[in-house]
Unconditional design. Structure first.
Length: 275
């Protein structure tokens, strides 16, 4: 079984990312690319900050500027495609907002999610994956420790079923001392395993300044040793990127000792043979 469990439902023009497109036709373009790349099942995980229902939770200007759609329309587009027999799952990429997880869970509760994908993009309101963002005024070690503490809190919160790009903090190639990296990995891997949350192996990092898969090999090995499941993801924002670089992702998973992939439906997980 091969899945791509991190996709953004967008249109495209000349191969470039277009706006959010909440139509069954848009879903079908992603499904066609998945089939061409040997991906058995895909999940749409649009960012929650594109939807009006999430607006009360948003403070960052980047996120607030993107609110333009209704969550019901998004669900309808994905579910309509599934009703036609297409191998798609309904999910959402949920921002970790410390202290607001119960409110957010309540707001998202009425929707028929197959899973929720949790992401840490912000530390004290500043972005990890934008510059200068959080990188101005803090040391690399401080940022890494804060990021992984929040990732562990997200895992323990029950808000999410999968951790997206779980070492996103390395996006610009900045790392603290090896002993700090190891401690950060241990904290997050233990939290994911204890909470029964899967970690995402994402090829998106290959397209970022760091030029690496998420997460690091040592982190992934520790997740497997402690018993955390794993999913596969491209983080595609255009249909052409579905399943992109999955040969590398599959090798990464197998090298870490995984022989199954986590498959989700109705927020329940099961293991299927990998590949």
């Amino acid at each position: 079984m091969i899945v791509d469990y991190h996709l953004h439902l967008r249109g495209a023009a000349n191969g470039r990312e277009g706006p959010v497109e909440l139509t069954a036709a848009a879903v079908e373009r992603f499904v066609e690319q998945a089939a061409a790349r040997g991906v058995d099942e895909i999940a749409f995980t649009e960012h929650m900050y594109y939807f009006r229902q999430a607006e009360p939770f948003l403070d960052h200007p980047y996120q607030r500027s993107r609110v333009a759609h209704d969550l019901d329309d998004y669900c309808e587009a994905v579910l309509a495609a599934r009703a036609k027999g297409l191998p798609v799952k309904l999910a959402l990429e949920v921002e970790w907002l410390p202290g607001r997880e119960d409110e957010l869970a309540e707001a998202l509760g009425p929707y028929p999610w197959d899973f929720l994908l949790g992401s840490v993009h912000l530390l004290d309101g500043e972005a990890v994956d934008l510059e200068p963002g959080v990188w101005e005024g803090s040391t690399v070690e401080e940022i890494w420790r804060r990021y992984f503490a929040e990732l562990a809190a997200l895992a323990r919160s029950g808000l999410a079923d999968v951790l997206a790009h779980p070492d996103l903090v390395k996006i610009f190639g900045r790392r603290p001392a090896p002993e700090t990296v190891e401690a950060c990995h241990e904290e997050a891997a233990a939290a994911a395993a204890e909470a029964g949350v899967a970690v995402e192996v994402s090829t998106a990092g290959l397209r970022k300044p760091v030029g690496e898969l998420y997460p690091d090999a040592a982190f992934l090995v520790r997740c497997r040793e402690l018993g955390a499941g794993a999913t596969l993801a491209s983080d595609a924002h255009v249909a052409q990127d579905v399943g992109r670089d999955f040969d590398a992702a599959l090798d990464h998973l197998r090298a870490a000792g995984y022989d199954t992939v986590t498959v989700l439906a109705g927020r329940e997980a099961r293991q299927e043979p990998l590949g």
